[in-house]
Each structure stands twice: as structure tokens, then as C-alpha cells.
Design a binder for this molecule. Structure first.
Ligand code: ADP
Length: 545
């Protein structure tokens, strides 16, 4: 922690909440610019919708969602149409305020007319989503899974998934939603922060009982019931990769804006929390992505009325210590430089002020190892940091190389680029974003001006007698105005990435009429890339000439 400012550059910067330090010119930061905005409920739903439009089957792991208030009429109309075509369909929907967390403001409804249209829906946009009525139950209880995912790099894309996660249980036996039980949060919502207040919440010292368990303990149980756990894992891996593929276009726009290419700046990595619900048939469904998942390894215990104490939580410790330890091992800048005989660990952390001070002091005071050990042991609160120390101290100067072998094997498993081949065809919007970024022009912006859009059309030769430059301007104005009126980001004026994607899809549909959407889009991307490459080639030749 640097309470009075930082003078020396660091290898690793660990920010508590978001990327916020523009004075970093090297090293690695544990947050991506714009990640918080990208995984908000509305933005995530939009990104998933774009992917569902392109690849409906591949992205059917995200519940059908509508954005309120702007899509309320669409929601009402679509539900009515589906009910008309299938009268036995008795859906339930879940309304979740944008930017909310810990179950805050969430409620269930049976009919679109039940949406609470009091002032708050206008001032607080929300997502309304199909409610998954048949979740997998364990001990008659609904539960969800929190999985930790390390986005180690955006370009090239590198993704790791933790082999174990947490399962968070409801505290009332589950019943399918009816008008009578819709409001019972302990039955329908798995949030720890809500269920902890239920009289039925069970803190357990064991990882396979109680209201919070390890995911591996659930897998063991499922496996003993004969479930195909390998297939489940492979479905989860594919859900994670596909979700990150949906998020990368937006992230790249933020990235180039905060860390322009060609200028000195840090690289970024980030631990994400994926919330997943298993359906009765074991299909994993994505609920949400958390940019700032809690890394607490303690829970509060009420000793006497109103008197709370933090006590260690073995389940959290088991999962989270491994995630942080392995993240540090993977991003360790010295790793690349290491010779075979020696290791060194040279990391400054800007996290958890007091605790990491101890860790830092502990590492610095390595000579007096005995003392470090003793002082850290004094407090249970520091158990986590002691564990980290134990992992990291083997990496301190003078420790023999074989110490690496003594560390537990990595809990983070690389899934991308390992499985890149299977998924690369899904990365179409990434390529649209690359075109968008190319024409942004002014460094530091995230929106395309009218001139940039015209240049894109001209350089890619997309205008012709059927599509005049006047029509190009009208397309730009129409789409941009609509997206800006939704009022998510008023920082810059101009066309945001999603608006550009919509315009691009529109152009692709116009040009390649009879193909499925993803083929139309892929064809237009190829055409644009090809024409830009030719133009670039000609410019190089002229430059030489
Ligand atoms: P928050 O960020 O407030 O926790 P979530 O999207 O995670 O919001 O939703 C809270 C809880 O509601 C989830 O943990 C889950 O138990 C339940 N939930 C959310 N979406 C659905 C859904 N589509 N179907 C069934 N249950 C859901």
C-alpha cells in the first residue's frame, strides 16, 4: 500500500475495485479498463443478444432477456406472441436492476403487467429475464456456482478457469414458482448476502455440507449418482469461453482508449467471478459475470445480539487462496527472466491495505524468518496472507529452483488458446470492433464521429448507386441518435461500438440478402478487411515511390 503516493514503478499493481490509475507506464494491473461497465447486467445482456442473433444455438446458455424500460413494449409483445402460440407455456420472469448486486431490488413476476412501473424503473434501468424454473437441486435446495476465471490477456486472448469453485445454497426447500411463493427470496435467490440472514443458514467447517460448499464436492455427489461430470465441465468451459468472446469487443475499445497502442503503458489481467446455474438436466446457464468478486475468506459470526466477529471460512479459503496464489504465479514478471538455479519474487501489491503490509513486511524481512512466521501467526485474520506467504516465500531470492515443484499444482487451467480452434469462428464481433477501432482516429475516444464512419464506408468501398453517401449519413444519424438516447454513456458524443455493430449488421443484410446473419456478417468483414489491406498495400507502394 502506498498511502502517500508511489514513487517507483511496480511489477504488479493490485487495485481493489477498478482500473483507475492513469499514471502507470509499465508492469501489470489486475483490472481491465471498462470491465465494470462491460459486465453490468444491461451491457452483458446486450452483448449476449448480439451473439445470440449471430449464433442462436451456441449462445442458448443465457436466458432470454429484455432491457427495461426501452424494451418493455417488445417484452410485452413477445411474451404475448409466445403465449398465443403455446397456451400451456406458463413462464416466470426475474427483474434485476442494472448495476445491482447481492440480490438487491430483484423480484419475480408471472406476467409483464406485474413489472413495477413506479418512478424507479425510469430512473433505474433493469433487465427482465426468463426465470429458470427447473434448477438442479441438492438436498431439495436450489444452488448456484461461483467459478473464478482469470482473463490473463486480451490480445492475444488467454483464459484460465479455476478447477474448483463455490456452490451457494438457498435456505428454503425449492418449489417451482407460483403466485404464492414468488416473493420467497430464501427459496429462489441463491445470494449468500441474502441467505446469511435466514435462520436456516448453516456455516460449516466442512467443504461438502452447509449453505456454502465447494463445487468439487457437488461434482463428487453428482458423479456418484452417475452423472456425466466430464461433459458438465466441458459445457462450463465452453460457456466461459463463449461469454468472454462476447465481452472482448467492448473491452478492446476501452483498452485502446485508456492504454493507446504504441505508448508506454501496463498490461492487464483480471480475476472474474462467473455465476452459473445448473438446470435439472445439468445444462449450465450463465446468470452473470462479476468484475470484482469477493475474495473474503472469513465470515461474520454473531457472538451475542449485535456483536459480530470475523471467523475463518474454510470453504472460501480452500478455493480463493488457490486462485490468488496461481494468478500471482501466472503473472509473475520474473518468471520469464528466471535462470534455472534461482527464483525471485518482486511484487508490490496495492490490495487489502493492512494485511498485505504484513505480507510485504514479511517478505522484506525474510532474514528473520522465524520472527515473520511468529508475527503473522498471531492473528487468525492473517491466515490467508500467511498461506500466500508460504507459497510465495519459496519463490524468494536464494530459494532453489526445485521449490517450484513443492508448490501445489496449478488450480487454474488454461482453456484459451488451448481450445481456440473450436471457438475462433465465433469471434466475428471482435473483427467488427477491430474495424471500428481503426476508424476511431482520435486516441482516447470510444465513439466514432460522422467523418470516421464516412471514411470507413469510403475506404471499404461500401457506397454505390443504391447506397449513396447521403444514405450513409442518414444511417449514421439514425442509429447513433437511438443509441445515445438510451443514455448509457454520455462521456463522448458519436457512435458507440454497439451502434456500429448494428449499422454493420444492417449493411451486411443489405449486401448479402439470402444468407444467414452470421454468414452475411462474415462476408462483409472479409470484404472490408480485404479492401483495407489492398488500400494499405497501395499506400505503402506510393509511400516507397
Ligand atoms: P445479483 O448481482 O444481484 O446477485 P444475479 O443476476 O446474480 O444478481 O441474480 C441473483 C440470484 O437470482 C442468482 O444468484 C440466482 O439465484 C437467481 N437468478 C438470477 N437470474 C435467474 C434466472 N434467470 N433464473 C433463475 N434464477 C435466477
Amino acid at each position: 500500500q502506498f498511502p502517500f503516493g508511489r514513487r517507483l514503478p511496480c511489477d504488479i499493481y493490485w487495485h481493489g475495485v477498478s482500473f483507475h490509475d492513469n499514471n502507470i507506464f509499465s508492469g501489470q494491473v489486475n483490472k481491465f479498463p471498462g470491465m465494470m461497465e462491460t459486465v453490468r447486467k444491461i451491457t452483458l445482456s446486450r452483448a449476449m443478444r448480439t451473439m445470440q442473433d449471430l449464433f442462436p444455438l451456441e449462445y442458448n446458455f443465457y436466458p432470454r432477456s429484455w432491457i427495461l424500460p426501452e424494451e418493455l413494449p417488445l417484452f410485452v409483445a413477445e411474451v404475448r406472441m409466445m403465449k398465443d402460440s403455446n397456451p400451456s407455456w406458463k413462464p416466470t420472469f426475474i427483474v434485476k436492476p442494472d448495476g445491482g448486486c447481492q440480490g438487491d431490488g430483484i423480484y419475480l413476476i408471472k406476467d409483464p403487467s406485474d413489472i413495477r412501473l413506479t418512478g424507479s424503473i425510469q430512473s433505474r434501468p433493469a433487465v427482465v429475464q426468463e426465470y429458470i424454473c427447473k434448477p438442479l437441486l441438492v438436498d431439495k435446495l436450489k444452488f448456484d456456482i461461483r467459478l473464478y476465471v482469470l482473463l490473463k490477456s486480451l490480445e492475444p486472448l488467454e483464459i484460465y478457469i479455476a478447477k474448483d469453485g463455490l456452490s451457494r445454497f438457498c435456505t428454503e426447500p425449492y418449489q417451482e414458482p407460483t403466485l404464492k411463493n414468488l416473493h420467497q427470496v430464501f427459496m429462489h435467490l441463491t445470494n449468500y448476502s441474502l441467505n446469511i440472514h435466514s435462520g436456516n443458514f448453516i456455516h460449516s467447517d466442512s467443504v461438502n455440507t452447509g449453505s456454502k460448499r465447494t463445487f468439487s464436492s457437488i461434482l463428487c455427489r453428482l458423479s456418484s449418482r452417475g452423472a456425466d461430470v466430464k461433459k458438465l465441465w466441458s459445457d462450463i468451459i465452453s460457456l466461459v469461453i463463449k461469454t468472454i468472446i462476447a465481452l472482448t469487443p467492448e473491452l478492446k475499445v476501452y483498452y485502446q482508449s485508456d492504454i493507446p497502442a504504441g505508448k508506454p503503458g501496463p498490461t492487464c489481467f483480471q480475476i472474474l467471478g462467473f455465476d452459473i446455474l445448473l438446470m435439472k438436466n445439468l445444462k449450465p446457464m450463465l446468470l452473470e459475470v462479476n468484475a470484482n468478486p469477493s475474495m473474503r475468506i472469513e465470515h461474520e459470526q454473531e457472538l451475542s445480539p449485535g456483536v459480530f466477529e470475523n471467523v475463518p471460512s474454510p470453504v472460501d479459503e480452500e478455493v480463493k487462496v488457490a486462485v490468488i496464489r496461481d494468478t500471482l504465479r501466472l503473472v509473475d514478471p520474473q518468471k520469464k527472466k528466471r535462470k534455472d538455479t534461482h527464483l525471485s519474487f518482486h511484487t508490490y501489491l496495492l490490495i487489502f491495505p493492512t494485511q498485505f503490509q504484513s505480507l510485504h513486511a514479511g517478505i522484506a524481512g525474510m532474514k528473520d524468518k522465524q520472527h515473520k512466521h511468529h508475527s503473522l501467526k498471531l492473528s487468525l485474520k492473517l491466515k490467508f496472507y500467511l498461506k500466500l506467504c508460504q507459497s510465495l516465500e519459496q519463490e524468494l531470492p536464494d530459494a532453489p529452483r526445485s521449490a517450484e515443484a513443492a508448490l501445489p499444482s496449478l488450480c487454474l487451467k488454461q482453456v484459451f488458446p488451448k481450445y481456440a480452434k473450436q471457438f475462433s469462428y465465433l469471434r466475428l464481433v471482435d473483427r467488427v470492433a477491430a474495424l471500428f477501432i481503426r476508424f476511431l482516429g482520435v486516441k482516447g475516444t470510444t465513439k466514432l464521429g460522422p467523418t470516421g464512419f464516412r471514411t470507413f464506408i469510403r475506404n471499404c468501398k461500401l457506397s454505390n448507386s443504391n447506397f449513396s453517401m447521403a444514405a450513409v449519413d442518414i444511417l449514421y444519424i439514425d442509429i447513433t441518435r437511438r443509441w445515445n438516447s438510451m443514455g448509457i454513456d454520455h462521456k463522448d458524443s458519436g457512435m458507440c461500438l454497439q451502434a456500429f455493430v448494428e449499422a454493420f449488421f444492417c449493411l451486411a443484410q443489405k449486401k448479402y440478402k439470402s444468407l444467414p446473419l452470421h454468414e452475411q456478417v462474415a462476408s462483409l468483414i472479409e470484404l472490408c478487411e480485404c479492401r483495407l489491406a489492398a488500400l494499405h498495400g497501395r499506400r505503402l507502394v506510393w509511400g516507397c515511390g
